[in-house]
Write a new protein. Structure first.
Length: 291
């Protein structure tokens, strides 16, 4: 798989990224499965792995053991992780809240480094905008982490254009990516300016949920059915499947799709979709079907 610079100043990543956000069950979160999936991705040329302390600290820990206990060289893989989403401590209160305070960010980086068994994180992302955070103090903490070498690049996740720009204005190093939901059934980033702003910064978005959580493949609603019909028509032309065309649509847009499935066939479909070069007409046919 081809390697692509995620931004003008950021690292070279694989065109597809593997994320562990769906590894939230005990059946998946075990050492053997993590080691197997890491090796399989590397065989396909996917060398970029996305984590978050919000997924499960255990996943970072198992991943760290899988890499440190193998022949994989640290410099041959790219690791991203995120922080900023927390759970209420009271059992009676369900839900999440956001915390981009310097204290939480610094502690999250330190904890992730230990779990991942590494000296540095290639891309550290603020996982969600926090309306209560002090941008000056958090930016200062991020700059200190950069200077210490504990993180190499800064990214954001689920930030709108103004939130992205506000943080960027307080940093001495460019933000290299915005981790956003982007797929045929959720293309608001194209319309609300987020994608244009990311490109204006000479960077590429990390696109999670490339298949809309499976809705593109199995959704019963009219929009999903309509899009799937067009996907099927185009897939026949290229002798591939619907899933590959849906991911190829993202590649055409300049996005870096995040593969979240633990299924090897699904991983291979997403990785191989990079070779499919949709025409502009085909891309817009799908886009219009989704609209």
């Amino acid at each position: 798989m081809e390697k692509i610079f995620i931004s003008e100043t950021g690292p070279e990543v694989s065109a597809a990224i593997y994320g562990f956000w769906r590894w939230n069950t005990a059946a998946l979160a075990n050492q053997k499965k993590i080691e197997d999936i890491v090796r399989y991705n590397l065989e396909l040329g996917v060398n970029t792995f996305d984590h978050s302390n919000h997924y499960q600290g255990k996943i970072e820990e198992l991943f760290g053991k899988a890499v440190s206990g193998s022949s994989i060289k640290r410099e041959d893989i790219i690791i991203s992780t995120k922080a900023g989403i927390r759970h209420f401590s009271e059992k009676s209160i369900k839900g999440e809240y956001y915390d981009l305070s310097p204290e939480h960010i610094i502690k999250s980086v330190e904890d992730s480094l230990k779990r991942l068994k590494t000296d540095y994180i290639d891309i550290f992302l603020l996982e969600h905008y926090d309306p209560l955070y002090s941008v000056e103090e958090t930016a200062s903490a991020l700059i200190k982490l950069l200077r210490s070498g504990k993180i190499k690049n800064i990214g954001v996740s689920n930030f709108n254009v103004f939130q992205h720009r506000l943080l960027a204005s307080h940093l001495s190093q460019p933000i290299v990516t915005n981790h956003i939901e982007l797929n045929l059934l959720q293309s608001s980033a194209i319309d609300d300016g987020r994608l244009d702003f990311i490109k204006e910064q000479y960077s590429k978005p990390m696109a999670f949920a490339p298949l809309a959580g499976g809705r593109i493949l199995n959704g019963k609603d009219s929009k999903a059915v309509k899009v799937r019909k067009v996907l099927t028509e185009i897939a026949k032309k290229y002798s591939v499947n619907v899933e590959q065309i849906a991911v190829a649509w993202l590649y055409k847009l300049g996005a870096l799709p995040i593969i979240g499935s633990p299924d090897k066939i699904r991983i291979k479909n997403a990785a191989s979709a990079y070779a499919i070069k949709l025409s502009n007409e085909e891309w817009f046919k799908l886009y219009n079907a989704a609209k």
